[in-house]
Design a protein around this ligand. Structure first.
Ligand code: IMP
Length: 423
């Protein structure tokens, strides 16, 4: 399929990086269309572990990599990432950055951190990377874009205008140090030198690639339930994480997309606060966390762990128009004799629904209805044992979508392509 979107179908950390990495081999271009350094892909290749922040996973295959207008970029973090790849012998000369992408500025980080502190128990549990404040300023039209770096006069003026307002907030509302104009302007002018070679008209570049029949992968960051419009608001990130975001975030029309691959774990995890109906009670949560290595790539925080939630996954299939699924980390479930799978929610009025509640209070109060499937009691190596096969087929039947890939281990090669992946 020339244009394929890969989306996280849960709350992020579904193992998208690994599936993108697998499909990137046969792609010409790999594009990020949303989010910033709050995303973190971990890819294990050739015994080396790579943690990606801004960078599309295609970097590891030497592919052309695009960071689209819908992303927010922290230039300091991005440059560190570039340097890190170069030091490990990976070329970055095929990385392309949209000049329309907004920059995360130091005040965004300061405000994200201070506002979370201030919210106390009500905090969202953000990654504290300045994401929300950066997208807020973009919508407020106070944002500073990467292209502004290349006109020092405009850059300085925009920083000055923003600081006049931000410093009042920092000092008076949050009681933290103000930011100094001169040092900041000089630092950002310095970034311009390093970033200039990477800037490109990425919408045009992707459009041309598609016209030339090239294979383009759009790599969604985070997960469907963290989507700003359709996720579990306010416990969401600040960008569109769903497949539709690929069109707006890159600058291509919706008819250009050929397929949408949803990536879901064989169980569920969530970082940060917010409702989570299938969160496991008791010691099994800790077991899943340890076996699955469920600690945040960006923040190192413990991830909350739950059983597979097909109500939420059905919602993700609908929102994204998922045409096939990759079910990752099935091996983590090998340790369990019985596997609860949530097929419906029971609501406050004791009715049952298989559809994701449209009202947040219903979702907050939803209780999972489980069907308990047999475990397989053996490590997954090669063909799936019968019970594991049944687990996968159960998911397919319930969602009416084919599971085309199954992840059975951390390494790059531990992904089984099922029949439907081959055509
Ligand atoms: P922010 O994106 O840093 O503003 O955080 C908002 C919410 O999204 C928090 O609950 C984060 O934990 C969550 N979040 C953001 N990015 C990711 C991700 O890549 N994986 C999992 N959770 C994420």
């Amino acid at each position: 399929m020339p244009a394929t979107v890969i989306v996280g179908a849960q709350w992020g950390d579904e193992g998208k990086g690994k599936i993108v990495d697998l499909l990137a081999q046969d792609s010409d271009l790999v594009c990020r269309y949303n989010g910033g350094p709050n995303a973190g892909h971990t890819i294990v290749a050739g015994g080396e572990t790579y943690k990606l922040r801004h960078m599309p996973s295609g970097i590891l295959w030497g592919k052309e990599c695009v960071i689209g207008a819908g992303c927010v970029v922290d230039p300091g973090v991005f440059i560190e990432e570039l340097d890190g790849f170069e030091q490990r012998g990976l070329s970055t000369h095929l990385v392309r950055l949209s000049g329309d992408a907004h920059m995360i500025m130091p005040w965004h980080l300061a405000i994200d951190q201070a506002s979370e502190r201030r919210l106390g128990k009500l905090q969202i549990g953000t990654t504290r990377r300045g994401i929300g404040p950066a997208y807020a300023d973009k919508a407020y039209r106070l944002g500073i874009r990467l292209q502004d770096l290349f006109d020092p006069k405009i850059l300085r003026q925009k920083i000055e205008v923003a600081l006049a307002e931000k410093n009042v907030w920092l000092e008076r509302v949050y009681g933290v140090e103000p930011i100094e104009l001169e040092e900041l302007a000089a630092r950002y002018e310095g970034y311009a030198q390093r970033l200039r070679p990477y800037l490109a008209d990425t919408s045009l570049l992707v459009d041309r690639a598609l016209r030339d029949g090239k294979q383009v992968l759009f790599e969604g960051a985070h997960g469907t339930l963290l989507d700003i419009d359709h996720g579990t608001y306010p416990f969401v990130t600040s960008s569109p994480t769903v497949a539709g975001g690929a069109c707006t975030g890159i600058g291509i029309g919706p008819m250009r997309i050929d397929s949408v691959i949803g990536v879901a774990k064989a169980y569920v995890t969530r970082v940060g606060a917010g409702p989570f109906p299938t969160e496991i009670e008791g010691p099994d949560q800790e077991r899943v966390r340890e076996l699955g290595g469920e600690f945040g790539t960006v923040t190192g925080r413990e991830r909350r762990c739950g059983w597979l939630d097909l109500v939420a996954l059905r919602y993700a299939v609908r929102l994204n128009g998922i045409t096939s699924l990759a079910l990752t980390k099935l091996d983590v479930l090998s340790a369990f004799a019985e596997l609860p799978v949530c097929t419906a929610y029971e609501l406050r009025d004791s009715t049952r629904t298989e559809e994701f509640p449209a009202h947040q209070s219903d979702f907050h109060a939803a209780r999972p209805v489980y069907e308990v499937l047999d475990g397989w009691g053996e490590t997954l190596d090669g063909e799936l044992p019968d019970s594991a096969q049944r687990y996968v087929e159960f998911v397919e039947r319930e969602l009416d979508v084919e599971v085309s890939w199954v992840g059975t281990g951390a390494e790059r090669e531990r992904v089984l392509a099922r029949e439907s992946a081959l055509h």
